[in-house]
Design a binder for this molecule. Structure first.
Ligand code: 5GP
Ligand code: ZN
Length: 113
């Protein structure tokens, strides 16, 4: 999709510290990390977010969550981690391309602010 920051990271026109890539999933380090481990796991296909009507089609979510769990293992999150997808204005979503934040290696407070 034109003018989507994360589509540009997928196609390589915007640089990112990519830690995982296959034909349907890309994961990279968040530019403004909120925890020692802060990765963004996204589909290569543009979906606007959790509320996108196509989000449950096919095996997109299965693949994303498999990568999330593998990256948590590989990045030493054995004490636990958090997976977050901010959705829409009230949810605090700033990039309208579906993404899951993987946060780990520090204690995370609950409830969020
Ligand atoms: P959201 O606010 O939509 O839940 O998450 C968007 C995330 O993308 C934020 O945590 C923000 O720090 C990250 N981000 C914004 N621009 C860039 C960028 O150019 N590169 C990377 N790696 N992360 C970005
Ligand atoms: Zn996109």
């Amino acid at each position: 999709m034109d003018n989507c920051l994360f589509c540009k990271i997928v196609d390589g026109s915007v640089p990112a510290e990519v830690v995982y890539r296959d034909e349907s999933v890309v994961a990279f380090k968040d530019i403004n990390p909120q925890a020692p481990v802060h990765l963004l796991v996204i589909p290569t296909k543009h979906l606007s977010g959790v509320s996108d009507s196509s989000v449950t089609e096919g095996d997109t979510l299965n693949k994303l969550f498999k990568v999330v769990a593998d990256l948590a293992d590989k990045n030493g999150c054995e004490k636990g981690y958090r997976v977050v997808s901010n959705c829409g204005e009230d949810g605090g979503q700033t990039v309208p391309h579906l993404h899951f934040h993987l946060l780990g290696k520090r204690h995370l407070n609950w409830p969020p602010g």
